[in-house]
Write a new protein. Sequence first.
Length: 469
Amino acid sequence: MSDDHPPAKLWAGRFTEPTNALVERFTESVSLDQRFAKHDIRGSIAHARMLAEVGVLSADDRDAIVRGLEGILADIEAGAFEWRVSLEDVHMNVESVLTERIGDAGKRLHTGRSRNDQAATAVRLWLRDAIADIAEAIRALQGVLLSIAEREADTVFPGFTHLQPAQPITFGHHMLAWFEMLARDAERLAESRVRVNRMPLGSAALAGTPYPIDRALTARLLGFDGLCENSLDAVSDRDFAIEFVSGCALAMTHLSRMSEELVLWVSAPFGFVELGDAWCTGSSIMPQKKNPDVAELVRGKSARVIGDLNALLVLMKGQPLAYNRDNQEDKAPLFDAADTTTDCLRVFAGMLGTLQCRRERMREAARLGHTTATDLADYLVRRAVPFRDAHEVVGRAVRTAVETGRDLSDLTLDELRAFSPVIEGDVFEVLTLEGSVAARNHPGGTAPEQVRAAIARARERLGAGVGAD
Ligand code: ARG
């Protein structure tokens, strides 16, 4: 960024002294909001077209403005645009260079608008793109989860509650749980877009504008679904951005929980899965180490995005109507939340693409802790034993298994019959891991058959773009 021969500020008229250099640096936002350039220019072109349509701008001025802005955008995209801190933000940088290039027509662009509605519009246009990017990253990760679920639909895995072995499940079912978490994240982001996609332009500084503007036309040109109804509200509230970041924070919270599970699963005592070497890192002192740093960092980065959400909420809560400069501080948390969430989703999809299951380890762990005890109780219930009595009987059987150092499913038929005479040879069908998972055979259950049906439904939902932008 340069400021050797700064052009005059667009608001210099009222001032007798140049801005203090520290204030200039302190108040600038162009270092961040230059990221909005494309969206700002798109908004300006639509505004100019509307002004010409209602007769406020001549067709010649409109054409000069549109051509000038298109040229500026091309320069920005080619990295050939000189950003100036003295011009504070993307909006004044673009307008100032436009006037340098096309003369008086450039000075007419700002008719009937203010930087307040201009900035609020740019952030909304940018957010539409950010939401689409994140939705795409979520879909890609969901696709990876479905492939793993398909491959591991029959793979027996320990289901935990309290991190204690609880009941056997299938690994495919576990992957589908992650899929559902992400499906809601995509849904939430799509829902936030409804409130993002309303147009503030026309609100001007805070009260509207005396020109005969056609807001509906500008909105159509920009693909907004509707107008912000109140000018004071339109230039000041950033609740739509807070909703978006809240969606990011929830998605990151989900990724963090998944990361936590991966970190456990790759550790030697669990040893359930392997991740590709390219997605892990080593230790500078312990040569044997292969660490799941990517998963740990995703878990760590969730803290940042949760912080971004907090920053935006606190930024908003003390502001009186209408626009206050505080709102300029929305950029850092907003960009950080979007970038971090997108990165984490992408890295997670790449890493999971290399996940290999150690099925024997999973199976062994699923047997630990008498995880089919509930199945034995359900078996007794099917033979008319009241559930509470069945619970008691199985509890005693488990105690025997514990005392003799065996798993419940290793007790002999005679031993089991000593606890309840209704037990017969078919009991082992439910005491096995496969029998246990296959028995949970209803939509939402862990039976391999249900996992396959759920995958088919999930593929249809993904194809139909449910939860996507
Ligand atoms: N740089 C400002 C921002 O990022 C643009 C709007 C400023 N408006 C104003 N009246 N100072 O929010």
